[in-house]
Ligand binder design. Structure first.
Ligand code: FES
Length: 207
């Protein structure tokens, strides 16, 4: 018997091609419930992880209970649920994006956040994820920043976007630049260690 839905089927944005990739896989399997694992594989490769919206969408489309989708997604170690970072950066590493420098993008993201693919930065701000083709190869290289697909992004662009999230000051994980003291010579604790450091230099030079 076909289970009744006790929730609304998500309506994904029509211009987000990732959902079409998942749709195509479901269609190729005739929306048969026994293809659930293959479909979730496609969803994970496309989105980089499985979040609640994707799982609801797949469950509703294939007419399987949501509990079954959650069960499969949490049972098999190769599935990853939505990462816990405040922000999520997905770098597409599919063939078209790889040719256009996806590896450099990923290296830049890892450098700025201090987190490897599959990890979340130590401050909990950014989760770094990779995906295999999100269906926008014509715009390669592509990254998805908090759900927004950004095509033809370059290393500087992706670093800038992540710094906007994290307020990281440089390429060194947010630490003040080397050579600038972070401890005041005297007086109260600084509000901004970089400004305080410059002040300390100036004070010494003047004396
Ligand atoms: S390979 Fe990146 S969008 Fe297709």
């Amino acid at each position: 018997m076909v289970p009744l839905l006790d929730y609304e089927k998500p309506s994904p944005p029509p211009d987000d091609r990732r959902w079409k990739v998942v749709d195509r896989t479901m269609r190729s399997h005739g929306y048969e419930p026994h293809a659930l694992i293959q479909v979730l594989h496609t969803a994970q490769e496309t989105f980089g992880y499985l979040d609640e919206e994707v799982m609801r969408y797949v469950a509703a489309s294939m007419r399987v209970p949501l509990s079954q989708v959650y069960g499969v997604a949490t049972f098999y170690h190769f599935f990853t649920l939505k990462p816990q970072g405040e922000h999520t950066c997905v770098v597409c590493t599919g063939t078209a994006c790889y040719i256009k420098g996806a590896d450099s993008l990923l290296a830049a993201v890892e450098e700025v956040t201090g987190a490897k693919a599959g990890e979340t930065s130590a401050d909990g701000k950014v989760s770094v994820v990779t995906a295999r083709c999100i269906g926008s190869c014509g715009l390669a290289p592509v990254a998805v920043l908090d759900g927004e697909a950004v095509g033809k992004i370059d290393v500087d662009g992706i670093k800038e976007r992540i710094r906007e999230w994290t307020s990281i000051a440089g390429d060194n994980g947010g630490a003040p630049p080397a050579g600038i003291p972070t401890t005041p010579v005297e007086g109260p604790a600084p509000q901004n260690p970089i400004i305080e450091g410059v002040t300390a230099h100036d004070t010494r030079r003047a004396s």
